[in-house]
Design a protein around this ligand. Structure first.
Ligand SMILES: [Zn+2]
Ligand SMILES: [Zn+2]
Length: 259
């Protein structure tokens, strides 16, 4: 049966050096439950070692977890990458790892990069700095993701840094993007006026949470789906058979225009 599902597909865990230490799997899942999020994605910078723990914790129930990662390309563009399965994400993670410049992390400067399991037990620390650009272009990353059956969503395109629009000045017309993420959805009408070509794309907005409180933001992306699966999300982003995607307020009817 079709219904609206609320989704936050851009959440950082303790593996991201810039994320707070409260971003462990248990806290993230509890917070998602409290906020009535149906679908979430853990999208750490250039790494995926904590996605398995969150998947294990939810055991296929709610919130549903979409395997994901936020890649920083050679052009310093952030791309959200999503995969149908954990194993496809982990294959992609090893490709990305080989493309990292291999700079050692300095936790006292950049923050800890903690690998944890579903019980939030520390399994180890990532020694290579993850907040770096990988040696792969936007096009190379996108084609790798799409070849694995994944989805690409350029992150926070309306920000002045680490964004496709700011760094390249345009959305490459042939780039196979499923949607564009805006950090300030309440300003999207102005963005669409300034860049009319963006009207051709789905716009989504996620929290980009680096600490728990950020998950409480008001604006949400809602997906109208038959069930909360990766293939249904893909179909919704293609606008197939009644499925749709809208930005709306938390706790209100999807499509509300105040955010
Ligand atoms: Zn980012
Ligand atoms: Zn992010």
């Amino acid at each position: 049966m079709f219904r609206w599902y609320s989704a936050d597909l851009h959440i950082h865990s303790v593996l991201s050096p810039c994320a707070e230490l409260d971003m462990g799997p248990i806290n993230i899942v509890r917070s998602a439950e409290k906020l009535e999020l149906d679908i979430i994605a853990i999208t750490d910078h250039n790494a995926a070692a904590n996605v398995g723990g969150v998947l294990e914790l939810t055991k296929g129930g709610y919130p549903r977890v979409i395997p994901g990662m936020e890649v920083q390309t050679r052009e310093e563009v952030h791309l959200l990458c999503y995969f149908p399965t954990l194993s496809k994400l982990l294959d992609f993670a090893s490709f990305i790892r080989d493309k990292l410049p291999g700079i050692p992390n300095r936790p006292e400067v950049f923050g800890e990069q903690v690998i944890v399991n579903a019980a939030e037990e520390i399994l180890g620390f990532e020694d290579t700095l993850l907040a770096s650009s990988v040696d792969a272009s936007v096009e190379e990353v996108a084609s790798k993701v799409v070849a694995a059956g994944g989805l690409i969503i350029p992150a926070h395109i309306d920000r002045p840094a680490f964004s496709l629009l700011a760094n390249l000045g345009f959305i490459p017309p042939k780039l196979p993007v499923a949607a564009l993420e805006v950090a300030r959805p309440e300003k999207r009408q102005g963005l669409l006026r300034d860049f009319p070509t963006l009207n051709a794309y789905n716009l989504v907005s996620f929290s980009d949470s680096h600490f728990l409180g950020q998950m409480e933001r008001n604006c949400r992306t809602y997906f109208y789906l038959k069930e909360p699966t990766f293939s249904e999300l893909t179909m919704a982003l293609q606008g197939l058979e009644a499925r749709k995607v809208v930005i709306g307020d938390r706790g209100k009817k999807p499509g509300n225009r105040t955010c």
